[in-house]
Design a protein around this ligand. Structure first.
Ligand code: PLP
Length: 385
């Protein structure tokens, strides 16, 4: 039988490709974004406890009550806004499911969705599966800022959704309050929703504060905001995230969610709820924790030819290798795996039509000794070539 792919041009993600290559070549993997250190032992103990207590059957579709209550409390602490756990908070399978559900809930055949490139890779395929078309607007290096005039010019009667991501993966840039005001002004009186990917909400550097759509009086009313306990609790493999949206938007999101994953692993939700009840400030200090790692890596790489580009947020750091090579980022990343035994992530796969650039993304959510070892191997490679 001839089988027609719905996503013929979608291959294995660059993260998986580079992680597999790292294994094949026995290279240090500072490409894919996951910590190589353990979660807080009090969190793992909470999981052991709730399983032993028998929290092992289906969780409610929208998320366990205790966890949604903890999420509401945390949101009030962070953004001074109250959200109703019954009608505005949905627990999802990581941030990824929340992104997918929101896109399926809103986008219809022929709709246009504005995304910003370099873009996290989960957005565009989900838009296409919904029958929509992604319109990509570049963030301009070196600062990777928004060009709101360009966004205004890209709006059309078919525009249904704008996806923003701050702090932004992979550019490590952040949107500020003026950006959100500009977005709100553009959308006023237009039937366009916002999908705000805020999974790195706590990881902003040098004293920056996160500008959440949830704290914006206009955007809050038309936004899905997506968060991830994977990032906040250093537990990417637990796959627990959540989506906040006004009641009418949450109703639609849950219609997709209930036939997508139905509900999220019950013990994981109970464990996170218990941990946050006992340690309500567990997520504080994330920015300082990662800033120290960012600074350590930047210091070790300074002058090596791998030039760190200032990172404003996320747990990544871009480096510019143009002083070392004119190769494409994919070729150069592959060479680094083979010759420096370090796996990184090239930036061009985050674009539909990549501009020529010489940037690699390094993940700083690693033990200090991993970062030091990776920097030493990169320096040694740079000195050799
Ligand atoms: C920008 C961005 N959005 C969403 C996600 C997905 O989050 P989760 O792992 O909770 O599904 C990631 C994970 O790397 C990300 O970097």
């Amino acid at each position: 039988m001839h089988f027609d792919s719905k996503l013929p041009d979608v291959g294995t993600t660059i993260f998986t490709v580079m992680s597999r290559r790292a294994l094949d070549e026995n290279a240090l993997n500072i490409g894919q974004g996951f910590p190589d250190y353990p979660v807080d032992p009090r969190l793992s103990q909470a999981l052991v406890d709730v399983i032993a207590e028998g929290r092992n059957q289906y969780a409610p579709m929208e998320g366990v009550v205790e966890l949604r209550a903890e999420i509401a409390r945390k949101l009030e602490t962070c953004y001074a806004q109250r959200f109703d756990p019954q009608t505005e908070i949905t627990v999802t399978c990581g941030g990824t499911e929340a992104l997918y559900d929101a896109i399926q809930a809103v986008v219809r055949a022929g709709d246009e969705v504005i995304i910003f490139e370099p873009a996290y890779d989960a957005y565009e395929p989900a838009v296409r599966l919904a029958g929509g078309r992604a319109i990509a607007i570049p963030l301009a290096p070196p600062r990777f800022g928004y060009d709101w005039d360009r966004v205004a010019a890209a709006l059309s009667p078919r525009t249904r959704l704008i996806i923003i991501n701050s702090p932004q993966n992979p550019s490590c840039s952040v949107a500020d309050a003026a950006d959100l005001d500009a977005l709100a002004a553009l959308l006023r009186d237009r039937p366009i929703s916002v999908l705000a990917d805020e999974v790195y909400e706590h990881v902003l550097y040098d004293g920056r504060r996160h500008a959440s759509v949830l704290a914006h009086p206009e955007l809050r009313l038309r936004s899905f905001a997506v968060f991830s306990f994977g990032k906040t609790l250093h537990a990417t493999g637990w796959r627990v995230g959540y989506c906040i949206a006004p009641p009418d938007m949450t109703r639609e999101l849950r219609r997709v969610h209930q036939f997508n994953t139905f509900s999220i692993a019950s013990p994981l939700q109970h464990a996170i709820a218990r941990y946050l009840t006992r340690h309500p400030d567990a997520w504080r200090g994330l920015a300082d924790f990662f800033q120290a790692k960012r600074d350590l890596l930047a210091a070790r790489l300074a002058g090596s030819g791998f030039e760190p580009v200032p990172s404003a947020g996320t747990y990544f750091q871009l480096v510019d290798y143009s002083a070392l090579s004119g190769a494409t980022d994919i070729d150069f990343a592959d060479r680094l795996i083979r010759e420096a035994k370090v796996a990184t992530i090239p930036l061009s796969p985050f674009y539909k039509n990549p501009p020529s650039m010489s940037l690699l993304r390094l993940c700083i959510a690693k033990r200090d000794d991993t970062l030091e070892q990776a920097a030493a191997q990169l320096r040694a490679f740079a000195a050799r070539i």
